[in-house]
Design a protein. Sequence first.
Length: 344
Amino acid sequence: MSREIRELDAETRDRIAAGEVVERPASVVKELVENALDADAGRIEVAVEAGGTDRIVVSDDGVGMTESDARLAVEEHTTSKLRDVSDLDSIGTLGFRGEALHAIGSVARLRIETKPQGEAYGTELVVEGGEVASCGPTGCPEGTTVEVVELFGNVPARRKYLKTEATEFDHVARILTGYALARPDVAVSLSRDGRETFATTGDGDRTGAVMAVYGRDVAESMVPVEYEGEGEQPVAGVEGLVSHPETNRAGSEYVTTLVDGRYVTASAVREAVVDAYGDGLAPDRYPFAVVDLRLPPGGVDVNVHPRKLEVLFAEEAAVKSAVTEAVETALLGSGLLRSRAPRG
Ligand code: ADP
Ligand code: MG
């Protein structure tokens, strides 16, 4: 093989970059749901077929796009959410990289139907093999529907690494559950091969959202967490719901962690929740919990990973003890724990 250094062509570059954003059906769902939330949707419907490997449809009633915006949206590094580098320090939207639609379009067939509020007609845009294949007016409801067909159909090596349909669906369901619990003010529904898995009402009640995704027994075992933090400038406020210690599971995935309403992975927070239960939980058992942290500006970095799931806390140890304190206080106050867990 020649060792001559060459510049990669655009198609190869796109596919490599797409792999950073799109790993599996759940990553597509995450990006599309975040886009819907950023578009101020009040309702988000997600439908997947074959665990999302054959088809993913995400539909919202948000602000929609004009034809020219839709054309721009599927280009590389195009976003309406950041203007310049200074905006990076104060991100108020879930998306900001301007990569997702472009990346999805380079590893799947992408169809977008979109109509801004109050417009007479909408736009249908189809991307195939990373190129706009067609774009024109169409009749459709206000908002946006994005359809993703045959994920990695053009990247056989990648498609081969997808897990079973059941496993891929589990990942999709976990992401969507996270957003449904993060945003009880938005009606979120998931259907699998034509059958509804869950649907929240969007009435803003988090316990109601827990009931929709986990069922009545879990919802009835939840108690509220409300903790403002200590001192003049608390390191973290904590809000949410935690379950009775007897309502527990073997997996940690029922502990949903949020930062300022954003669904994230934060293993430190998960550990801190479990710590609060002390002996109330058997080893390797986890409660159900939704923990939403309110952090001061600069308290967290959400920009650490292209898939933006794991967050970094500026003061992790202090955040952890705030969460443990908050959850303990909730459990003690509701009589679900008799005494504080010993520290050390
Ligand atoms: P980002 O979300 O980082 O801006 P995306 O590639 O996900 O990048 O989306 C590009 C742009 O397309 C967004 O900035 C937004 O203006 C527009 N867009 C994407 N999805 C939607 C949607 N569901 N409703 C309205 N606009 C959307
Ligand atoms: Mg986005």
